[in-house]
Design a protein. Structure first.
Lengths: 130, 487, 450
């Protein structure tokens, strides 16, 4: 299982890449592996929306399960990845790359402190079996 | 063999059923309002009859064999029901006919309402909801309006045990409630401590399935209901599992405030390949005023010479209408025929033998399959479809392999709280011989799982088609066999 | 009854379980409430039950015994013999939802064909496997539109020319949604006009506009320019339609509808006092993943053979639970099969014939009835097979007189619309002959002379 070093992680399997005051959000390799073949991705926020911490930003579906993606931080959406709706398999193939979901301007840097680093996330995953 | 689609079978210019020429002087519809193309297939009557006969042969059905889908109550659908529902006096009545011309229908609906009240212990019953899920929706709206009518606006939560049907949380959310999941305790009952903790003045109600989806009767049911009532909430009973309770216990007596019935489960109306269902709702006296409109009532009592005059009545605080007209009337006729053939002793026997059959099957399988909650079950039970020593074999493989043994698989992967769940409901209409044969198949599969697991992994071998690529279906999303722009 | 066990088998089974009696299996049930005595009449044999049901049935008058001019959402059409003959195959009606596709290809392919027929009939690209009836399908259109805009457009506009029962059900379904704003427009007190008049009410808050075509009063309005106006405001348009009318009429799809719903009962399903009926729901390809209810999709097995499965099930209630947008589970499978068989049997030419017969006979009826002194036909637009007949007296009085002459008169429009007191909605289908219409006219003449 891939857990890139330079990212921040949540207990609900989202990752965040921080670049100054802009964060990019996606779901982890562990999450895509649990869901298996992703057949549909819907981003449920629009560019320009201001969202609060834990806002539901995307839904991903496999044939047997569906998962909500929530943003662990507040901010203003600056970009959404339109290409995922036509290429949901990107979430399986490149969860940390082309399958990013949204970019947002970070409203409150303090909210980042509750996120895990790669080591903590890898440990957390190993406690969950499978 | 793959059966062609009706569009593939179509031959331009061929006709099926024809109609007479108009017997009136002709009028012309403006061309601008007419369609140019009518892309429907063109077949002869026999083409159509053969096509659907071929299709029917690809289905497994109750009349062909045991159909142990847990939570679905796939019992025998008596043939007489099909005759009574088609009686001309029922089938050719229009729902907007004057009430005086339709006294037979109204009397039957009234008698069915009364019967369901008696069977489940309620003060009033509506027949309108189209299916169980719509019955739940009706029930949750009644809960909402009941609290509102008392000026109690802060009740925004519905409690739902994790062993409940998926429709319960979906229904609550649709109705604007926040869903709070309740865990089960080690015996599969509602966790009382947790229930007490969450019960406060923001709780509108609890949705309780009893027996629950594990097939277990909650031993603390009276206490569960009391806790919710004491907090000012109402208790909704999911009647999907009523086949275990006829003449055994009346949910209304236990204190349940609202419950839906599934006529297509408990009262033998056919499942029709996925409907129509029928989901009447019963309520306790304090909720009768909220039932959907209209209900059938007696407008004028019977006299020495005349039968009663039946008619529609509108409950004063009705939540409104959830469906057009009065419900799935054809299903009322079937269900009522069934109930009349059983009488009180017969109904009790239904549940007694449904529970006997389930426990017998469980006793035969108990050594080979892991039972997560070791208790007497009611009309169904849930085992794990996997073994720790053969991690590659899953419930799905067992289900598929059962098809090679000419049985329909049980419900699988539900309830979600049991790992690799196989949920088995044999129903009372299966004989001992049929249960024995089914148990033998499951025991043989348990053996194969260890000795020749590939037999399970590649199953089914013996069906019209093999395991289908669901990922492809969901991604490509081909939902029609013929569209004009593609041709 | 239907329990096969012999006493010795029951004994043997109890021994295997390890209990003495069946009663012992119910110890979890509180003793106080266990084994209540049900106060119900004793059970009957099949023969007796049939006789009893016959008694109920024979206290009804039927549209076969009497001459009926009722429509208003349920229609008396001819059902070819082949429909029921196939529906009575137990392989169809005693199966359940096709959760196991390997042993349910018959049901799955039939639903796939139903989806195709409905899409083609309505001029749309996708259809689901059915809803309970036309009213709930209309409500599901509201649900889909609301979710399509993620609640940001809370407005649902209903034309008052939509079947009043459908409007009630839309309100029941949607009233729990956050900020929802459902409005009925077009004249609560007058006969609603052309849908174009509604366009001014569509704004940036509107998610969906619902109109009926032909409308509840039978009238046909071209919706093309209206659809454009709705779309200019960014809202969606749902059209409630009658599938038989689409044998002749321009499709809602051609006119720009985003969602087309309706009551499928006219397609080979008996009147049966209002149910079971069939809701159909079709939409554009782009909304395929937002449809609630079941969908069947085409795929292949490992050997490349074509087959069908329930698809997009991860959105449904058994997986999504409180996050699914609908709680629908059971649909109207067998009724969808009936419609599929009906459309296959009558085919392209048969459906055109039925539609044309309805149209022609209704126009003859309007012509004849409109000439009776005191009666007149309100016709501000072309109509299909229903029209408004203004009566010289209350509809109740007219219908009471008709009933004495073995006629079930039209639907009383004054019940839903004050402006239409003393107006009835007359429906004529292929089942009505010229003689029937002439007979109705002769009886109404009596009313006008009374």
């Amino acid at each position: 299982m891939n857990v890139p070093e330079n990212l921040k992680y949540t207990h609900s399997d989202e990752w965040l890449a921080i670049d100054g005051n802009v964060a990019t959000l996606g779901v982890t390799d562990y999450a895509q592996d649990q869901l298996s073949d992703i057949v549909f991705v819907e981003i449920t926020v629009d560019k320009g929306d201001s969202i609060k911490k834990l806002t539901h930003v995307a839904t991903i579906e496999s044939v047997k399960a569906a998962a909500d993606v929530n943003s662990p931080i507040s901010g203003k959406i600056t970009e959404v990845n339109e290409s995922l709706s036509n290429n949901p398999e990107l979430v399986n193939n490149e969860p940390f790359g082309k399958a990013w979901m949204i970019k947002l301007e970070i409203a409150d840097q303090a909210e980042l402190s509750s996120l895990m680093d790669a080591k903590a996330y890898a440990e957390y995953c190993s406690t969950r079996g499978h | 063999m793959t059966e062609p689609t009706i569009y593939e079978l179509s031959s331009p210019g061929r006709t099926g059923v024809r109609f007479p020429e108009p017997d009136v002087p002709l009028t012309h519809l403006p061309q601008s309002l007419m369609r140019e193309q009518l892309p429907l297939p063109e077949l002869s009557e026999m083409d159509v009859i053969r096509h659907f006969t071929h299709l029917s042969s690809l289905n497994y059905c109750i009349d062909g064999g045991l159909y142990p889908l847990g939570s679905c109550t796939m019992k025998y659908n008596p043939k007489i029901n099909e005759e009574t529902a088609r009686l001309e006096g029922f089938a050719y009545t229009h729902p907007l006919q004057p009430e005086v011309t339709i006294q037979g229908n109204l009397a039957l609906m009234y008698d069915l309402q009364e019967t369901l009240k008696e069977v489940a212990g309620f003060a009033a019953v509506t027949l309108q909801p189209a299916a169980g899920a719509q019955g739940e929706f009706t029930g949750v709206m009644i809960i909402r309006d009941y609290h509102r009518s008392r000026g109690d606006a802060k009740r925004t939560k519905i409690l739902i045990p994790d062993s409940a049907h998926g429709t319960n949380p979906a229904t609550s959310a649709m109705s604007g409630f926040e869903v709070v999941a309740l865990p089960s305790d080690a015996r599969g009952n509602v966790d009382l401590a947790k229930l007490r903790e969450v019960c406060d003045d923001t709780v509108a109600g609890l949705m309780l399935t009893n027996p629950n989806t594990l097939g277990i009767f909650d031993e603390n049911v009276v206490e569960v209901i009391n806790i919710v009532h004491q907090a000012g909430g109402l208790v909704y009973g999911d009647g999907a599992n009523l086949n275990a309770l006829l003449g055994i216990v009346r949910p209304g007596d236990l204190g349940i405030d609202i419950m839906h019935f599934n006529l297509h489960k408990t009262f033998s109306t056919p499942h029709g390949g996925g409907g129509p269902g029928s989901g009447p709702v019963g309520v306790a006296a304090h909720l009768a005023d909220f039932l959907p409109t209209p209900l059938v009532g007696i407008l004028e009592k019977a006299t020495a010479d005349l039968p009663p005059l039946y008619g529609f009545i509108k409950p004063p605080k009705s939540i409104g209408r959830v469906k057009s007209f009065f419900g799935q009337f054809g299903m009322f006729v079937r269900a009522y025929t069934y109930i009349r053939m059983h009488g009180p002793e017969g109904l009790r026997k239904v549940s007694e033998y449904a529970v006997l059959n389930a426990n017998y099957l469980l006793a035969k399988l108990g050594d080979a399959y892991h039972l997560p909650y070791k208790r007497t079950c009611m009309h169904e039970f849930v085992v794990e479809g996997c073994w720790p020593d053969i991690p590659d074999v899953h419930a799905l493989d067992i289900a598929k392999r059962l098809m090679d043994y000419k049985f329909h698989p049980p419900t699988n992967y539900f309830p979600l709280i049991v790992h690799e769940a196989l949920m088995v409901e044999p129903t009372e209409t299966e004989s001992k011989q049929s249960l024995d044969a089914f148990a033998e198949a499951l025991l043989a599969i348990a053996k194969e799982a260890r000795e020749t697991p590939e037999l399970l992994k590649e199953a089914p071998h013996d069906t019209p088609i093999g395991r289908l690529d669901e990922v492809k279906a969901a991604k490509e999303l081909v939902l029609c066999c013929w569209l004009p722009e593609e041709n | 009854m239907f329990i096969p066990h012999t006493p010795s088998e029951t004994e043997e089974m109890l021994r295997k379980i390890g209990v003495k009696s069946i009663e012992d299996l119910f110890k979890d049930v509180p003793q106080k409430y266990r084994f209540p005595k049900l106060n119900l009449p004793e059970g009957l044999t099949e023969m007796e039950a049939l006789a009893e049901m016959h008694e109920y049935a024979s206290s009804n008058e039927t549209v076969k015994g009497l001459l009926s001019f009722l429509g208003a959402g349920a229609y008396h059409h001819y059902i070819p013999a082949g429909v029921d003959s196939l529906l009575r195959r137990a392989e169809f009606y005693t199966a359940y939802t096709p959760y196991q596709p390997e042993v349910a290809q018959g049901t799955l392919q039939a639903i796939f064909e139903f989806q195709t027929l409905i899409a083609n009939l309505t001029g749309m690209q996708v259809s689901n496997a059915s809803h309970y009836d036309g009213a709930t399908a209309t409500a599901e259109a509201g649900v889909m539109a609301y979710h399509n805009f993620r609640g940001k457009r809370p407005g649902i506009l209903l034309s008052s020319a939509v079947n009043p029962q459908y409007r009630e059900v839309v309100c029941s379904y949607l009233c729990g949604y956050e900020n929802i704003n459902i409005q009925t427009l077009g004249g609560d007190f007058t006969l609603p006009g052309n849908p174009d008049d509604l366009a001014a009410h569509v704004d940036a808050e509107t998610a969906l506009v619902v109109v009926q075509y032909p409308d509840f009063f039978g009238r046909i309005f071209d919706l093309t320019s209206f659809a454009q106006k709705v779309h200019e405001k960014g809202a969606l348009l749902a059209v409630v339609t009658n599938p038989i009318a689409l044998g002749l009429l321009k499709t809602p799809g051609e006119m720009g509808a985003d969602i087309v719903v309706g009551e499928g009962q006219p397609l080979g399903i008996p009147l049966s006092y209002g149910g079971p009926y069939l809701g159909f729901f079709a939409t554009k390809k782009e909304f395929a993943r937002k449809i609630s209810g079941r969908l069947v999709g085409e795929t292949t097995d490992a050997q490349g053979r074509r087959g069908y499965v329930l698809t997009l099930t991860a959105r449904e209630q058994h997986i999504r639970r409180e996050k699914s947008t609908s709680n629908i589970c059971t649909n109207q499978g067998l009724m969808a099969l009936a419609a599929t068989i009906y459309l296959s049997l009558v085919g392209k030419s048969g459906l055109k014939q039925v539609a044309n017969l309805c149209f022609q006979k209704a126009h003859y009826a309007a012509d004849v009835l409109g000439q009776i002194p005191g009666f007149s036909v309100l016709s501000d637009a072309p109509f299909f097979h229903e029209f408004i007949l203004k009566c010289p007296r209350s509809v109740d009085a007219v219908n009471a007189h008709l009933l004495e002459r073995d006629i079930i008169g039209g639907y009383d429009l004054g019940k839903d619309c004050e402006a239409l007191v003393n107006h009835m909605l007359i429906c004529v289908t292929e089942m009505t002959s010229k003689d029937d219409i002439d007979y109705l006219a002769s009886i109404l003449e009596e009313v006008s002379h009374d």
